[in-house]
Design a protein. Structure first.
Length: 276
């Protein structure tokens, strides 16, 4: 049985080194993740410099997760410095080969550290931080192109061996996936275009494991807006973090769920257990 966790941490440096109340809550989440004893831990939005984790980050990660190998990709010029970035912690002894694909995405997106892949003997593990459509939907067209390219890329991998893909996909797929769909049809993450992009991705041979296991359960979210103080208290959330698997291995999925992140707003970690 393989156990995998995915979490958009919104700054690894802040989570590991800051003294702010939010950083303290982030460390509580890291301790919760540690207790799960996963085989792979995928992290999005690390916001690390081009050179990746510094010595202090590596030491702190080793304290939380001893016996894990750290793979990472960070934003590189011409992308904005300290932007986006992804990481995977892999339990030592699991054989997996790292790659950093370029999918022909618009502008600097391929240089923002948004995609990190580990190839194992019988599956691919893909960690993604999907670009946001931006304030005023100014990047919606680029986001649509990303979605097409990413779907093509996953489908290519799926031709070779099954795929487990996780991350912050920055889209609530259906109305059931956010608390207030009627107010958000023109909001980044719930436009018709982004939802269609996710539908297209699934149609290429992939399954949203949470819905596969739980059906149309309501009020199940993975993200709560920080700028709204009561968003988490009122569970005014969105489900924008996913574990997808190739259709042909969906029956091997045993668990797919959110991990309780306590009072911390923003993203909660998500978990997958699969017999592979």
């Amino acid at each position: 049985m393989l156990k995998l966790i995915s979490w958009n941490i919104d700054s690894l440096n802040a989570a590991l080194t800051s003294a702010s109340p939010r950083a303290e809550m982030s460390r509580d989440v890291l301790n919760t993740i540690k207790e799960e004893d996963a085989d792979f831990i995928a992290i999005q939005e690390t916001k690390l410099p081009a050179g990746g984790p510094a010595k202090k980050h590596k030491e702190a990660l080793a304290e939380y997760f001893p016996g894990y190998q750290v793979e990472w990709v960070s934003a590189q010029p011409p992308a904005r410095k300290g932007y986006a970035g992804t990481m995977i912690l892999c339990r030592e002894g699991l054989k997996a080969e790292k790659s950093i694909p370029r999918i022909g995405a618009p502008g600097p997106m391929d240089d923002e550290g948004r995609l990190l892949v580990l190839e194992s003997e019988n599956y691919y593990f893909v960690n993604v931080y999907t670009p946001n459509a931006g304030d005023g939907l100014k990047r919606l067209r680029d986001r649509q192109e990303w979605d097409k390219r990413y779907a093509d890329y996953l489908a290519e991998l799926d031709q070779k061996k099954p795929v487990i893909a996780c991350g912050d996909f920055n889209v609530a797929h259906r109305e059931i996936d956010l608390a207030h769909p009627d107010n958000n049809h023109m909001s980044p993450g719930f436009t018709d275009e982004e939802r269609a992009g996710f539908t297209n991705l699934l149609s290429r041979g992939f399954v949203d494991t949470f819905r596969y296991i739980h059906g149309d359960v309501k009020n199940a979210y993975s993200w709560w807006a920080q700028r709204v103080k009561t968003s988490k208290i009122n569970n005014s959330g969105w489900r924008i973090d996913y574990f997808l698997v190739s259709d042909r291995i969906k029956d091997q999925v045993k668990r797919s769920e959110m991990i309780d992140s306590g009072p911390r707003q923003d993203h909660a970690p998500i978990l997958l257990e699969i017999d592979i």
